[in-house]
Design a protein around this ligand. Structure first.
Ligand code: ADP
Length: 482
């Protein structure tokens, strides 16, 4: 069918196909009678044919189409506004829209055009540039191994201007011995296309070295990988951590000696004077000994945490018999167990291979988990300890960091206590994390447990339903050639 208005503008239509703007013409019922290729491209269609006959309003979110009508105060005035157009996958693309009515031979036509809102991009770019320039982190952008931008803070930290860094290369900012490692970090970020984090030492222009946290965020730009590098000076933080660690180590060490002497004196007293003491006095002595043991366990945990923080934990690996270790731990906590009339049930197969581990550290794992179970189980309650081989099909064996081609032993310690709220099940393994901040303890026991188990390539986790007790499980790799 020959449409008079269209035939009148036929030559112009061919011209419209050349436009970068998306253009359409609609009849007085609002149906599209012409759309150019740029419009089809913009909204993600193969060609303009599918748009023909469709209401032009469908191309916009409903409230926006209604707004265009409101914006047109009088016929013939037209509308130009910032809006967004709906792509075929329902994405909203920001555009500038112009819609003009045209009357030809008493018929009204609507001519519309949309231009992707690139006009707003420079504004966004200026804003992000300002954010980068004023960031407290040093920021540089690396493209094809070359520094193409460095912010003010980066210049302050390194002592080089952006163009000097770009000229010298990032290598210059890292001590010679660390260069290979840092190059690997950059290459990893490029390969995995995911943010990576690493602590590095940076040497500034005057040769001063300081500790920095380097975060690399890879992004794609024009199908090239661009690396955004954030550098944060953490030397003061690390210095404060070292001081805290040294302080804890020193105080703990100095507390241990008098505590050992007090404990010895208490033991002597209970042995030599037992027959002459009244029941009440004997109870006081027993409470004092328990509290000394508790203090000792706390100090042990503090020392262990300060060692872990300082990266000074070296495992002494050997074949370890977990049931034997469990007996030792129960023995050392027996005073507490009997005082609270608790029952410890053990369910252990008669033949179990040893695991590979550091005996003292694994004993600490048992001590910390049992100590908690004892603390939270009500008087007269039961603690169940299960030890057994892990089923090779168990889900836990497919998790990250779990060694393949080796069997595992699993230990579960379950108690009758109040249980742990779901949102705390993972959090409590963090340092100083406690469900009740006013409850007993300092929140280090489980952090140590997780750190030790991780070092053994195992895994530890907690399960619980509030009011139905808590279950702590860990798995450890078997010593294969045992
Ligand atoms: P601490 O016992 O010194 O507070 P932990 O790291 O051993 O430190 O435990 C952290 C927290 O986890 C505890 O404060 C407690 O809130 C919770 N928790 C640990 N074990 C249990 C348990 N068996 N039952 C209930 N809550 C527990």
């Amino acid at each position: 069918m020959e449409i008079p208005f269209l035939s009148a503008v036929k030559d112009s239509l061919e011209l419209l196909e050349e436009f970068q703007e998306g253009v359409w013409i609609a009849d007085d019922r609002g149906r599209i009678v012409f759309a150019n290729r740029a419009l089809a491209r913009l909204i993600g269609r193969d060609g303009p044919e599918g748009l023909s006959g469709r209401p032009w309003r469908e191309m916009f979110p409903a409230d926006e189409a209604a707004r265009f009508t409101r914006l047109r105060p009088e016929a013939g005035a037209g509308t130009v506004t910032e809006s967004s157009i709906l792509a075929s996958d329902n994405r909203q693309i920001p555009v500038t829209v112009a819609i003009f009515p045209r009357t030809v031979d008493e018929d009204t036509w609507h001519v519309g055009s949309v231009l992707p809102a690139i006009a707003s991009k420079p504004r966004a770019e200026t804003a992000s540039r300002q954010v980068m320039d004023n960031s407290v982190d040093g920021i540089c952008v690396v493209e094809d191994g070359r520094v193409v931008y460095a912010n003010r803070r980066f210049e302050e930290m390194t002592g080089y201007t952006a163009s000097q860094v770009s000229h010298l290369g990032l290598d210059r900012l890292v001590p010679q011995k660390d260069r290979a490692t840092v190059a690997q970090v950059f290459s990893d970020a490029r390969k995995v296309l995911a943010p990576v984090r690493h602590e590095i030492r940076v040497v500034n222009r005057s040769g001063h070295e300081f500790e920095c946290e380097l975060r690399i965020v890879p992004t794609e730009s024009n199908s090239r990988t661009v690396l955004l590098c954030f550098l944060r000076d953490v030397s003061e933080l690390r210095q404060a951590e070292r001081m805290r660690t040294d302080f804890i180590a020193m105080v703990s060490h100095d507390l241990r000696t008098p505590l050992a002497a007090i404990k010895e004196a208490m033991s002597l007293l209970s042995e030599t004077a037992a027959s002459r003491l009244e029941e009440r006095q004997r109870r006081y002595l027993s409470i004092a000994r328990e509290e000394i043991d508790r203090l000792n366990r706390m100090i042990d945990n503090l020392v262990e945490v300060s060692r872990m923080d300082a990266g000074r934990v070296v495992l002494r690996l050997d074949a370890v018999d977990l049931p034997e270790l469990l007996s030792t731990a129960i023995e050392s906590l027996s005073l507490l167990v009997s005082k609270r009339d608790l029952i410890i049930e053990r369910n252990i197969p008669s033949r179990l291979p040893p695991v590979i581990g550091d005996r003292d550290r694994l004993l600490r794992v048992f001590n910390n988990l049992l100590d908690n179970a004892i603390k939270y189980t009500p008087r007269g309650g039961t603690i169940r300890v299960d030890i057994g081989l892990v089923d090779p099909g168990a889900k836990v064996l497919t998790e990250k960091e779990i060694l393949t081609n080796t069997g595992y032993v699993k230990v579960t310690i379950a108690d009758d206590g109040p249980g742990i709220p779901a949102e705390f099940l993972d959090r409590i393994f963090g340092k100083f994390e406690r469900v009740d901040p006013h409850g007993p303890g300092i929140g280090l026991g489980l952090a140590i447990v997780r750190s030790i188990i991780d070092m053994h390539h195992g895994k530890v986790w907690a399960e619980s339903k509030l009011g139905e007790g808590a279950r702590f499980s860990f798995i450890l790799p078997i010593k294969e050639d045992a």
